[in-house]
Design a protein around this ligand. Structure first.
Ligand code: HEM
Length: 433
């Protein structure tokens, strides 16, 4: 390949990342004199290390090439420790990753288990709808609670009602605070509390003090084994039990974005309501709601970018990448790139209607709201079926007759410079009937 002159910024950019949030990647392009929509790789110093920012299909293939990239040590500890936990699957490579990932994917990505989750989440959302009838609710907090409760029950974690709510709220607080310099200590406190609780639970299952339901997620995590067939440490099993439950709480953020999008697209409220009514009032498996959920995941900012480390000297589009350098995959830039998406800037759930189910939509290379590549052989999130199930069900409930989502600007807008972002109010909602 001809070596073109790579685009480069020479000064440390960590302060810009903190200041610009989700706008960071596009600001960098501006700074380097590149068109905002270009896919040219960009080299920059970040956290004291030369990093190469990539986007689009070529960037995805490069980032997910296991011969070229590894994950161990790639993610700053400020994010990794509170969010994923110590020694989590996210940080593994090679055989250790393959074995752990398959054990977790067998649970989260299995259609039968996803159907069980759908049943549980539908019940929890009915309860949230009931509370909206009694007074004003908050889509973010109420959905996070419904999703988190469904996730814990799905995993076979049996807790008294109050404790279950408390654990979900702790997970929610962790998600609201991690990675921000001023708030990270709050996230770390919740991480320590949740690790202590989940580790005790794993120890109790392992010792026989607590009987986990056979074949439950809890039973499988208590029996989690490494690539040599050895049981993993209690604390690691506890971390992975959380990694199969806590992220479902995070879907509450997408629910808040979806609520704001429903306010802006009332024609979809009508369509989804009609489709659900035609399906006898069902909240699950409504194709219009699934398409809406998918477009929310494409267009609303969640994961800004992900890091990997180059295992050897290589290059992408003429931009040299040396062993040990960081490669950053630009999620927001890829999900909204005009080179990847027809009419990329418009909110159009119609684009996802032809895809039958979540797995089919995962075949769109540039559709990476929860990572790209292959779910079993790579690091792609195994929770996309659960995420879309939860989100689409919440969308159906929010489209019911008598439900009113606030159209106040405080509910329908959010800052692009804050990470993670969402409408500050959580999006107020009420219901009659
Ligand atoms: C708001 C919803 C979610 C978002 C935005 C999200 C996002 C992500 C992202 C970006 C990754 C990393 C992909 C990569 O490294 O290439 C990931 C990995 C992962 N996610 Fe999710 N996720 C969500 C929901 C879920 C759910 C519901 C589950 C489980 C039920 C889950 C379990 C995991 C696990 C276990 C990994 C580690 C995969 C690996 O390193 O091999 N996530 N997720």
């Amino acid at each position: 390949m001809t070596q073109t002159r790579p685009a480069r910024i020479r000064t440390e950019q960590a302060p810009g990342f903190l200041r610009w949030g989700y706008l960071f990647a596009s600001r960098l392009r501006e700074k380097a004199g590149l068109p905002a929509t270009s896919h040219t790789p960009l080299s920059l110093p970040l956290l004291g290390k030369t990093s190469v920012l990539v986007r689009g299909e070529e960037g995805i293939r490069f980032f997910y090439d296991k011969d070229l990239m590894e994950r161990h040590g790639a993610m700053p500890k400020l994010v990794q420790l509170p969010l994923f936990g110590d020694k989590a699957v996210h940080t593994l490579d090679g055989e250790a990753h393959r074995v752990r990932k398959n054990a977790m994917t067998d649970l989260a990505y299995d259609d039968g288990r996803v159907a069980d989750f759908q049943h549980l989440v539908a019940g929890e959302l009915e309860a949230a709808h009931g509370r909206w009838k009694a007074g004003t609710g908050n889509v973010h907090d109420d959905a996070a609670l419904a999703f988190g409760r469904a996730a814990l029950r799905w995993a076979g974690v049996e807790l008294p009602d109050e404790e279950m709510n408390r654990r979900v709220r702790q997970m929610n607080r962790l998600l609201d605070t991690f990675g921000q310099l001023s708030q990270n200590p709050v996230a770390m406190v919740e991480r320590v509390r949740l690790d202590r609780w989940a580790t005790q639970l794993i120890q109790d299952v392992r010792s026989g003090k607590v009987a986990a339901a056979p074949d439950s997620v809890l039973a499988h995590m208590a029996d989690l084994r490494d690539e040599h067939g050895e049981l993993v440490e209690d604390k690691v099993a506890a971390v992975e039990l959380q990694n199969l439950t806590r992220p479902t709480v995070a879907v509450g953020r997408f629910a808040a974005f979806a609520a704001a999008a429903l306010v802006k697209h009332p024609e979809w409220v009508e369509r989804i309501r009609a489709a659900s009514q035609q399906a006898g009032g069902s909240v699950t498996d409504i194709p219009e709601a699934v398409a809406f959920a998918q477009e929310v995941r494409r267009t609303h900012p969640f994961v800004p970018m992900l890091p990997a480390l180059a295992k050897k000297d290589t290059e992408i589009s003429g931009c040299p990448v040396q062993k040990g350098q960081r490669v950053l995959l630009d999620f927001v830039g890829t999900l909204t790139s005009p080179a990847e998406w027809r009419d990329a800037g418009s909110f159009d759930p119609e684009r996802f209607l032809p895809y039958d189910g979540v797995e089919a939509a995962e075949s769109i290379t540039a559709f990476i709201p929860q990572g790209g590549g292959d779910v079993r052989t790579g690091h792609r999130c195994p929770g996309e079926k659960i995420t879309v199930s939860a989100l689409a069900a919440a969308v159906v409930v929010m489209c019911r007759p008598g439900v009113t989502i606030s159209s106040d600007v405080k509910d329908t807008t959010f800052p692009w410079t804050r990470m993670l972002t969402r409408p500050a109010t959580g999006v107020r909602i009420s219901a009659t009937g």
